[in-house]
Structures are given as structure tokens and as C-alpha cells.
Design a protein around this ligand. Sequence first.
Ligand code: SF4
Length: 687
Amino acid sequence: MIASLLTRPVSKVPDRVNFAGRVLFLTEDPALLRRQLAGEDLPFDPEAPIGSELHPRLRDNISTDEITPAYICYYFDETLGDFPYLGLKAGEEFPIVRGAVKRGGFVCSVSGKRRGKGSSREQSPYAEMMAGIRLVIAENIERIYRENCQNLGVFTSTDFSLIERVRRGEEIALAEFTRDEGEISKGIIEYGGLFNYNVARLQGKATVPSVTTKPRPMTIAEKIFARHWVVDASRGKTGVAAVKPGDQGFVRTDIRFSHEYVTPMAAIFFDELVGRNEPVNDPSSVFFFRDHLTFLDQVMRPEHVQMGLLDVANQLEKTQREFAAAKGIKLYGQLEQRLNLHGALSAAGSEAICHSKILEAHALPGQVIIGSDSHTPHAGAVGCIAFGVGTTAIFNSWITQDVRVEVPPSFKVIVRGEKPENVTAKDFMLEILRHPYIKDGHAIGQIIEYAGEAVASLSVDERATMTNMAAEVGAFTGIIAPDEKTVEYLTTQRGMRSEDVRKLMHGLFSDAGADYVKVIEIDASALKPMIALPGDPGNGMYIEELGRDVAVDIAYAGSCTAGKKEDMDMYARVFQEALDRGETVKVRTYIQCGSREVFEYCQQRGYDKVFADVGAIFVEPSCGACINAGPGVSRTKDEVTISAINRNFPGRSGPGQLYLASPFTVAASAVAGKIVEWRPMVPVGSS
Ligand code: SF4
């Protein structure tokens, strides 16, 4: 416990809030956006027909990539206030420029469905806050983004009638923002953010309601929450008999991790709010990663270099490294520098992408893991609860070792039957993502539990593609109950004893009679290789439904989602078949592993030679092109990429058109020069 926090003055915000300022409608029409930025206040009547003059069409699905594009997140202080919505696409335009929102005097920002989807980056609400936005109103709001807003002290609401009241300068009761919230979220809003709330909690001023749920049939996720439920923070007591959806509290974490995009901002918060010389609570269970930006110097646009963005980005690495050293935290860093093609010193990749290494080396069945990244659910592939949180939550977990949760409802996706050989976990996910339950936002904040014989037959690597993409579902997390495949993975991958793994797995299954708000069934045998059209992972269709040839300029085969050992097996298999036919790739093709361990696996199996022979570029591990920061990004809006990454929001991997697909499809399309499905021919190594 950090003693100085126990005597720190802390108080609630006033119980009436006055939002003095303008309302910004994030519209589909770029002209309407420009008019607002020029000073015009648009009329708005939520009851008027959508698309009419009184009710302009609002942008749905605004991702955090659009609120703060990746390059904006190189900043980690109040400078972010110059940049909100720079990546916001309206029609075919990006009408919001640097400083425009701040200059406009806006206090409230309004949009449509699924506000804040995508990455968990807290830079997005922080940039909005620093530009003057204090209230976000949307039809529905993604969980991590909403929590990040609350943690920072930004108000959120789905009540469009507030718009007129804000415009009238009316004082609004704080209770209107806490009415539908549980006790903890209410407390966080009342104390103006998570840190103040936690200080009040440590001082006994804010009390956490105890859980009184009687024993009941539980899902595997609920069981893990119950085991980790903090009963008495001061004595380290955890564990309750049962929880149910809606129960609120704090859970003790087993692992907390963050990467260079987040650690520096959290470190600033820590130094400023806690104290530069104070220790982090149990540093042995905290991990840092230098994974997102190691190749940035090779792809940053010259105008961005001139703006000084490369220097700003390099500060992220330095700040994280220094904080790790000062606090005794394990850092998976960048690999040694080497001379690049231009004779300059250049980074050579990362030891590992965070999710890849957490699964490879740390996650265990039954754990609770938090990470500063929306794809943290990746580790759920071994039957743990792993979920993404924002900067403020990570920074607070360094103090308390726990994290707040409201137990989400669970829904189950059962994938039955036997899948065709050329269908993969990625195809399962593209099929799931186009289901109306997910597309319409019903799954936001829920736990997706995958089951069924087609899931049971997947390896842990393939399962991780499914749990990873729980982020695209908008789910709180994804989980698969551990089984013999988990035992096999942990014994071969980590050298664990099988009896030790089975001990951890004890009781980790969903009870008969456990509650699911929805069950979706999919027949794996009826599936075919899929793609998602550019713009959203939910734009899935069978390749055969494309009905036209789509020529490809770039093929990208990597990332945390698709840079695992089994993904490499798939690329190598397709490319070896091409070589056996005397073919090579027809487009620029990049292969990038999730970790050095996978890279070495490829070398041991001779895949590096297969990749070189087929004409692909084998890149050292890093997030790279997946975050528009490495080899494989598009350069113009006309370039077409086929990619095995997990999301294709506008601008995600450059300005071009990005189609999502499975590792098999990406490799086959690289060879064909256009989007095609892979049809099995001969195994790798066969003649
Ligand atoms: S590879 Fe892509 S999705 Fe995975 S952690 Fe890196 S940026 Fe995020």
C-alpha cells in the first residue's frame, strides 16, 4: 500500500454539471462537419426522420483509430488535445484538421452506433478531453472506450435529449449520468475519475458493495471472476461463492501488461499522481512490451518526420524503458539495431508482440489478465479471463493490483461439425462477425464463450485467433474452456507437467444450466473461405460471392492474430505448394511473426527458405503494418491489400483498401495476384 495516498485530500465533483460550450455532431456528410467547424450550430431533433435537415445522419462505428489515428498516439500528454477526430472519415473525406475541435469551443460530441469501437487506446478520450469535450453522446458506446471516459472524468450518455439542454446552458444533475450505473461506476463518475475514486476507496470514503450472490450454475468466466473477487483489499482476501451478471467489484489480477503506446502515459500519471519514487505493487507480475513501433522509422511519411513525429515516437520507447528499469519490471524490448538498406541504423523488430508472448509464456487456465490493448482476450485461448483496459486502469492496477469489473452477461457461440480443410478459425470469426447479433451491437461488453466440436478440434494457436477477435465482436472478452488441447499446448510449449496443468483446469467448465443471453450455432461443415470487405471486419462474405476479380497489390501475413506457429505452418504449406508448381508470389508479400520464438520456429523448419524462394519478405516480429507502422502498409488509397490481421477500419494499415482473410487465403492470393481461396493440393515437403 502506498502510504501517502491514505492522507491525500479527495472529494466528489459538484452534484450539478454545467456544460458551457457547443455541440459537435459527427455526421456522415463532410460538408456538415466543415460548417460546424466554421462556427455554425446545426439544428437537431432526435425525433425527426434520419437524414432530414433536422436529423443529419450520424456516423456509426467510429473507431478509436479514427478518433486518434495511430501516429497521433505518439503523443502522450496534453498535446493530444490538438488532434481528436483527425482520422474521422465522412464520405470519402477526412474533414477534421489539427486544432479544429479545440478552436471550435465544443463541449459535447455526438455520434451514432458503436462509438469508440476498436483499439482500447485511452489517447482517444484523452484527446477529446484535452480539446474541451466533456460529454460524449451516442446511441451505444463500446465498453472500453466508455470506461476510459469514466476513468478520465469524461461524461457519457445515450440520452439524446441532453443535447438541447446542453445547448441551453442548463445545469444537469450528476445523477443523470449515474442513474443507470452500478455502485462502482457511479462512484468513479462522482469522484471525477478512477484515480480519485481509488484514493477514496483506500481511505474508506468510497465503499465497494459486497457481493451476495447465492451459489448458482455459473459459466466458466463467472467461476474465474468469483475465485478472484476482492473481498478485503487491505488484507488481500479474495474469493466469493458465486457471482452473476451485473455484480460489481474489483478482481485481483494475476498478470498486468502494457506496451509502449500506453506505458508512457500511465507512467506520467503514476509519477504525477502517486509519486516518482513510489514502488509499483508486485512488479514481478507486470510486463512491458516494445512491440508496436519498432519499424516506424522505415515507413513514416517524410512530412510526419518533418513534423518531428519520429522523435516524439522514440520518446515512447525511452520513457517505457526507463520506467521499467526504475520499477524493476520485465520489458520485452526491441531487438538489436542493424544497418538498413540506406546505411542508417534501424530497429530490427521486437522480442514479441504482447499478446503473442503472454500466451506463449505466461497465461494459465483460470487466471485474470489485464492488458492495455483491446486484443488482450487472445490469452483466453487457454481458459483464462483476459481483457483490455485503458491507461488509467493499468496505472491504477500498478497501485492496487486489482481492476474494477461489472460481471458481463455471457453469450455462447457453438461451432458444430467438421470444417473443410481450407476453412480456419479466421473464417469462423468472419462468419460470426457478420451475424446480426454482433453487427447490431448486441454483443458489446458481453463475454463470448466459444464451444462445439469444431472449436474443440482447433489447436490453442487457432483458438487464439478466435479469442483475439473477441475485440472485433465488441465483447468484454472471449474464452474457451481448457481441455486436452490445452494440456498438450502447455506441456509442449512451456514444458509444464501435464498433472500440473490438469490441477489448474480443475472446475474450469461452464455448469449445466449456466445462463447465456444468446446462443448462436454455426455449422462448420457448411462454411467456405471468407474475406471481409474494406472498412470493417463485419463486412464478411464468402470469396466465391465476390463475383469479380479483385487484384491485389500487397499481401500481409502477420500480427498477433496471424503470426503464431500454426499460422506460419499455413503460409508455408501454401507457398511450398506454389513452389512445387513452379510459381512465386505476384505481389509484394510480407510475413511477420508474433515473436522471436515463432521466427526461430520458422528457421528450424526451413520456412524462412520457403518464404524467400517464393519471393516473400520475412520481417522480424513487431506489430508493424497492423498498426500502420511497418513494412506492408499501403501508400495510396487505390492500393489493395489482402491481410491476415484482425481489423480493417479505415486507415488501419495505410490509406488503401484492406481485405481481411485467413492465412491460407492471404498466401494463396499472394501467389495468384488476386483474391482467391486456397484449395488443398499437396502437403509441405511432398513432391
Ligand atoms: S499486431 Fe496489431 S492487433 Fe496485435 S497488438 Fe499489434 S497492433 Fe494490436
